[in-house]
Design a protein around this ligand. Sequence first.
Ligand code: CMC
Length: 436
Amino acid sequence: MKTQSLTITDNRTGKSYEIPIQYGTYPDYGASISALDLRKIKVSAQDFGLLTYDPGYTNTASCKSSVTFLDGEKGILRYRGYSIEQLAENSTYLETAYLLLNGELPNQTQLAGWHEDVLEHTFVHENIKKLIDGFHHKAHPMGTLVGTVGALSTFYPDAKNIHETDCRDRQIWRLMAKMPTLAAFAYRHSLGLPYVYPDQSLSYVGNFMNMLWKKSELQYQPNPILEKALDVLFILHADHEQNCSTSVMRAVASSYSDPFSATSSAIAALYGPLHGGANEAVLHMLAEIGSVDRVPEFIKTVKSGEVSRLMGFGHRVYKHYDPRATICKKLANDVFSVTGVNPLLAVALELERVALQDDYFISRNLYPNVDFYSGLIYQAMGFPVGMFPVLFAIARNAGWLAQWKEFLLDPDQKIARPRQIYCGDQARDYIAVDNR
Ligand code: CMC
């Protein structure tokens, strides 16, 4: 195909520049120009050249990626070309993680090998228990996870050899395997309960449930409906292209930090209420509203700015119903058939109904996102709200690692180092303190 281009005329100088347009897989999605091509646009030889200004990277592609495709206008989400709906229906989290990491669905032998490799690494060094013991019993489990995942780099100093394929794979197994163990230990610590060691005969999610909830029984048997529901929720959260925490993972990895340190940073980014912390914030919000009749009043406070946001609504990329929220809503019924209905469901349904008829939300394309219903399910399953973002982190780990691997193998990538537009003082002389 003949190279297509853009002609830009600089009205300051009258000069025109031809800038090539590049495409990704879809011609109507992701057409872009290289930001560096704009640097040629100058008014003089000393001029640095034109920059783009894009706080929050709302219109800047930081990489070429083959992992996840998202069309926010149409509500489409695909991992490696497979729709989120088909994966949620037919796959498992561990199989989906393999797909994200390797680009193809595994055959039976590959899947069995992957399962074995991950489950084999689920144990953590005994000193990690001491580290967790040192956290306050009221410590938020997400804070504990940030600390303990970061600490893993001190247990595995070989992890810094990020350019060796075998070494990278080993860290991927370790991170995939140990994150649920650390999360479960953080949870048990907050309750003052003894830690439960991994049971490698269970599924990935079944083992996690075992480490969370095993009591004195000889072997923990997860409820199959709840095990499946948690597995599907993990699939829904496994990747979401260049979101805040994934961008942090890539940015930290770009200085060639080890993957434990990079993942710890990604978890820290996920912690915030505008990102992975939103599922926790939704539950606090629903509890505060308390009953269906108080919904209209609450919506009024959001619109007037008295309450800043309707949590679980809106998305940087989706301008349509988040496809993950649709699956979550259906999943809630399966879970509630076992646990009983979460009493806050009625408040959530009414909130959605009222918001979707309100011009404030319609005109801004604000629809429920994945976090609007996931928290209700987690709560019904018995998770305290502080664990919600932790569950998100365990699931997103697969995506972070897939994006990390892609980053390291991409010859275009460099250390992340954005530019700024300096708006401060020009050069001036220092004034001695007595003269100020
Ligand atoms: N409630 C009320 N108004 C909202 C909301 C909301 N949840 N989200 C956006 N708006 C308004 C916002 O006030 C602004 O209005 P105006 O044009 O009058 O100033 C307009 O919509 C555009 O908002 P924005 O802040 O420019 O949008 P953004 O793309 O920067 O933010 C967001 C995206 C997800 C941070 C935001 O929608 C939000 O804060 N939502 C609530 C938190 C939440 O649920 N986050 C989870 C996202 S999904 C999980 C994940 O991937 O992390």
